[in-house]
Write a protein that binds this ligand. Structure first.
Ligand code: SF4
Length: 494
């Protein structure tokens, strides 16, 4: 769970809203990413056609997931790898630990993997005396800070180089300057030692290609290649939905993912592994294990509302456009998956956790996430479905239920609606001060208090629209008809 586990979404958000540095850092980086994405998709020319193709590939794959998982498994095993299926996190962790114990492993180096974050694998290895080191620079920073990633693609988006210099200084035991070259140099030296010593390399998987049994990694730092070639054993942790059918499909994904994630036309390193090292090959792991995780994913198969969540390619583009994420950052979500994708995925993967269900309210439902999504996942619709489920399960507050009962009663008949509006108009004379600010009276209203802490309610001047409309009708009825002798106009004077 989160760095602030145990607190509510509202409490974590309020905490984040007080942090001006966090908000400025997240705003700066997400705006830069959005700008780059716009440039790189404009360069491509027909972005909407690429999106549509991406959506079709993901929809077809997920609709035939059993077939492609079977094909993938056969091909991996033909290439000498081993596939393990894990129904939940505990099973996946147990498989990984068993492999590590069989190898007498003392240390594991990891390249970026959201699934392993989902399972808190570093913690589990640590409990068994196995050191597990993140080697993606951003992940390494948040690991040293004992934090969770706060963005899918840029885990340390909330930190600046001075904070990173402090972390690295305490790790190295000497004062390091905050020059980025110094910081990168320290991480490179430190991680290189770890690569050389590690018994196991663990990676995630951006795409798994069913037709050949290959695991494909996209990275910008080259650490993925060190992790997969230096240690003798390679463990891949992947969600069961990572599959695509063919290499031809990868071409589409290789255009969609980097452009959506960082605005790059192509990722810097695109690595593909098909089974372990073969005879005569100079590098690569001698053993390859692929752990395919369900952990609640298969529950979404066949769901008309939620199956499409499995289409996600974890690009992070929905985070960069989300007005809520840009204000509260990633940690406020209290989940390894922040932003709009996290607000849908986390409640779906944890249906029994009542507190997590509140994440579906971390959205303005503006739909910007849908427009940004390279595979057109309607996250905003899913958020509404999740809220509906929460209401149907009776998981809403007493005040909310009361408010909506009042709303339904008022809007259920035109007579009651008019009465409610007239009462509200009369009440604003005592609740809205100085034409723009609310008085202390409404500060006590439970549902409105939080809303108006950051907003001013405008005073509604003059008549209501309904009254003005009636007056206008009245005027028109009593005015003399145009062109009649009484209005003095003559034909031809136009
Ligand atoms: S939901 Fe779409 S935009 Fe968000 S991470 Fe997934 S693929 Fe990217």
């Amino acid at each position: 769970m989160s760095d602030s586990a145990g607190t509510t979404l509202t409490e974590r958000s309020q905490h984040a809203l007080q942090d001006d540095f966090l908000r400025a850092a997240v705003k700066f980086t997400t705006e830069r990413l959005r700008g780059r994405k716009t440039d790189s998709t404009n360069d491509l020319g027909n972005w909407e056609e690429w999106r549509e193709r991406g959506k079709q590939i993901r929809a077809h794959t997920i609709a035939h997931l059993d077939y492609y998982l079977d094909q993938f498994t056969t091909q991996v095993e033909r290439a000498g790898g081993k596939v393990h299926f894990a129904k939940d996190g505990a099973e996946a962790v147990a498989i990984a630990l068993e492999i590590a114990q069989q190898k007498n492993a003392q240390s594991v180096v990891k390249s970026k993997s959201m699934v392993s974050e989902e399972l808190h694998i570093n913690h589990h290895f640590g409990e068994h005396g196995i050191e597990c080191i993140e080697t993606d620079l951003g992940e390494y920073i948040v690991q040293l800070a004992h934090e969770m990633p706060s963005h899918i693609i840029i885990p340390a988006i909330h930190m600046n180089r001075h904070q990173i210099a402090e972390l690295f200084s305490s790790e190295s035991g000497e004062q390091l300057s905050s020059e980025t070259s110094v910081l990168a140099g320290f991480a490179r030296r430190k991680l290189r030692e770890k690569f050389m010593q590690a018994d196991i390399g663990m990676t995630g998987c951006n795409f798994a290609i069913a037709e050949s049994g290959s695991v494909v990694l996209f990275s910008n730092e080259g650490n993925g290649r060190m992790v997969t070639t230096l240690p003798k054993t390679h463990i891949v942790m992947m969600g069961m939905e990572r599959i695509i059918p063919t290499w031809e499909d990868l071409e589409v994904m290789a255009n969609l993912l980097p452009r959506s994630a960082t605005g790059q036309k192509l990722t810097v390193y695109l690595s593909a592994m098909t089974g372990p090292r073969r005879q005569m090959e100079l590098d690569g792991a001698e053993d390859m294990h692929i752990i395919i995780l369900d952990n609640g994913r298969s529950n979404q198969l066949g769901s008309p509302e939620f199956q499409e969540i499995l289409h996600c390619i974890r690009c992070g583009a929905c985070l960069n456009v989300c007005p809520v994420y840009r204000h509260i950052g990633g940690h406020a979500y209290g989940s390894v998956y922040p932003g709009p994708i996290g607000a849908v995925l986390t409640p779906l993967l944890n249906p029994e956790d009542e507190q997590i269900q509140e994440l579906s309210y971390a959205s303005s439902l503006c739909g910007a996430c849908y427009d940004a999504c390279p595979v057109k996942i309607p996250l905003h619709d899913m958020l509404v479905h999740l809220r509906r489920k929460k209401v149907e399960a009776g998981r809403t507050s007493r005040w909310e239920r009361l408010a909506f009962r009042g709303f339904a009663a008022a809007f259920g008949s035109s007579k009651r609606y008019r009465l409610a509006m007239n009462t509200a108009r009369a009440l604003q004379k005592v609740t809205v001060k100085d034409g723009s600010r609310m008085s202390g009276f409404l500060d006590m209203a439970p549902l409105i208090k939080g809303w108006h802490e950051h907003r001013a309610l405008p005073y509604s001047e003059g008549k209501s629209f309904r009254d003005s409309w009636q007056d206008l009708q009245q005027e028109l009825r009593s005015a003399p008809a145009q062109g009649s002798p009484a209005d003095g106009s003559k034909e031809g004077e136009k």
